[in-house]
Design a protein around this ligand. Structure first.
Ligand code: T46
Length: 136
């Protein structure tokens, strides 16, 4: 499997559910940024990039979607459908998100501020980056 699933601490009572994540306690990094995608086109993919250094916890807080994680040798498809489960991605994996349900809201907790220079948006470039990384 690529990526790691984390069960978030969750409290459920007659009023509903409450899930939470704290830096270093539930998420193994300092959370510096939160972002989410919503009103998603069900026919289109998001992602199709890798991050060189960024660490993320991805949570489908509403609805469901698929996340494909890929490295130079293998790939793994996750089906996120629980608001209490996060997908931890700490390595520079290629990722694609698709198969969004109509109501999907996909939340990301990240350890760094937005930095376009951390993105690799071309798959061949990603494979070369991984080869260089292996040789270091
Ligand atoms: C990810 C998925 C779920 C910003 O200005 N600040 C930000 O914090 C982010 C995340 C994006 N942007 C800008 C960069 C692009 O000009 O928003 C534009 C769209 O970003 P992008 O094409 O990367 O969107 P997605 O949905 O393909 O990917 C984003 C995140 O980049 C990615 O890390 O996990 O959402």
């Amino acid at each position: 499997m690529l990526g790691r699933l984390i069960k978030l601490r969750t409290l459920i009572d007659s009023r509903g559910g409450l899930a939470f994540a704290e830096s270093h306690h539930d998420v193994p990094f300092e959370i510096k940024r939160v972002y989410y995608i919503f009103n998603l086109d069900q026919e289109r993919k998001r992602g199709e990039h890798a991050h060189k250094k960024l660490k993320q916890l991805m949570i489908c807080v509403k609805g469901s979607c698929k996340v494909l994680l890929r490295d130079a040798d293998s790939s793994f498809e996750h089906h996120l459908k629980e608001p209490t489960v996060g997908l931890l991605v700490e390595e520079p994996l290629w990722r694609e998100m698709y198969g969004f349900s109509e109501d999907c809201v996909f939340l990301v907790l990240a350890n760094e501020y937005y930095d376009e220079s951390d993105y690799i948006r071309d798959y061949e470039e990603y494979v070369n980056f991984m080869k260089i990384d292996e040789n270091l």
